[in-house]
Design a protein around this ligand. Structure first.
Ligand code: ATP
Ligand code: MG
Length: 299
């Protein structure tokens, strides 16, 4: 690999959402602030939505690492679970013994007892679901029923949903209006702008131990921002490939040629840049036709 070539301690653009590489960008910091405020209020549901690869799992891990000690968390990374499986998964996370074996009715009782127990010990319980767009419809309803459990003054369980925008489309259906109303705090992650992409690239290189001269110039970063549309995962893929290609050729500086080769090697980006190109060409053709019509017919 290229680690030695560039004097790096580890891979700077790995796809794993490793919190050591976290760059406190405005959108992610804002999302964490919303989560922190919402959790303090103790109200039902909190939702963080973002396109594929915008950093939801990374935020999820940050939240799990940094949540104050009086919170007890139940973390479900892959919620493609029916209501029964979901209940059992929550019970296991909350430390209910033999949760996999007991009847559903007993399980529901035990969850409630455990929640009350934790509450009486001064804990707040948060259920955190990543990939929440994958929740089956009846499991979404089961979740809502979970948050019905409350004392006179406080919910016994809060739910944080991290999801791709498909979740919003599903929640827009009439049958989810009750759940929709329970979502008291929501945050939508956006893509990075060009200057954030530049900061992001430099930050990841630095964390990986890079100490040499600038590898990615401002101009190259701007181009990477364009083709990746500011999506962190796509930036990682492109930068990793560029470093590999440069290493293969024995170079140090990142060039437009290397970026083009990396794009060509990345199916999802190549397809979307071809679609963009096609859209631009069609728009150009349409404007040209309109101008011709105006000059020939209207004048
Ligand atoms: N603020 C950030 N600082 C450092 N790295 C980041 C940041 N945001 C995103 N990344 C990186 O971008 C990549 C994609 O992030 P992540 O896997 O969290 O996306 P996701 O939104 O969960 O994607 P998916 O919708 O596919 O589940 C990871 O390598 C992650 O470390
Ligand atoms: Mg994810």
């Amino acid at each position: 690999m290229y680690l030695y070539h560039f004097g790096l301690g580890e891979l700077p653009f790995s796809l794993t959402p490793n919190t050591n590489f976290y760059l406190p960008m405005t959108m992610h910091d804002e999302a964490l602030a919303v989560l922190s405020t919402a959790l303090q209020t103790g109200e039902g549901f909190i939702k963080v939505v973002g396109e594929v690869g915008t950093g939801k799992t990374l935020l999820c891990r940050k939240l799990l690492n940094e949540i104050p000690a009086h919170f007890v968390t139940a973390y479900i990374p892959n919620p493609y679970l029916n209501p029964d499986e979901l209940r059992r998964a929550v019970a296991v996370e909350l430390g209910v013994k033999q949760a996999q074996r007991m009847s559903l009715q007993l399980l529901t009782q035990r969850i409630q007892t455990r929640l009350l127990e934790l509450h009486s010990q001064g804990h707040s319980v948060v259920l955190i679901l990543d990939e929440a767009q994958a929740l089956p419809e009846d499991s979404l309803e089961a979740l809502r029923l979970f948050t019905n459990l409350e004392t006179e003054t406080r919910k016994l369980l809060q739910v944080v949903l991290f999801a791709q925008p498909e979740l919003d489309k599903r929640l827009a259906k009439t049958e989810f209006r009750q759940l929709r109303q329970r979502i008291t705090f929501a945050y939508k992650l956006r893509a990075m702008n060009a200057s954030e992409v530049q900061q992001y690239i430099h930050h990841r290189l630095q964390v990986a131990g890079y100490k040499g001269v600038e590898l990615f110039s401002a101009r190259i970063c701007q181009k990477i921002a364009q083709v990746s549309q500011g999506i962190p995962r796509l930036v990682n893929i492109l930068c990793h490939k560029m470093l590999m290609l440069a290493y293969g050729e024995g170079h140090y500086k990142m060039t437009v040629k290397l970026l083009k080769a990396a794009v060509k090697d990345t199916e999802s980006i190549e397809r979307s840049s071809k679609i963009n190109l096609l859209a631009f060409s069609l728009l150009g053709l349409f404007i040209a036709l309109l101008l011709t019509y105006y000059t020939l017919v209207v004048k």
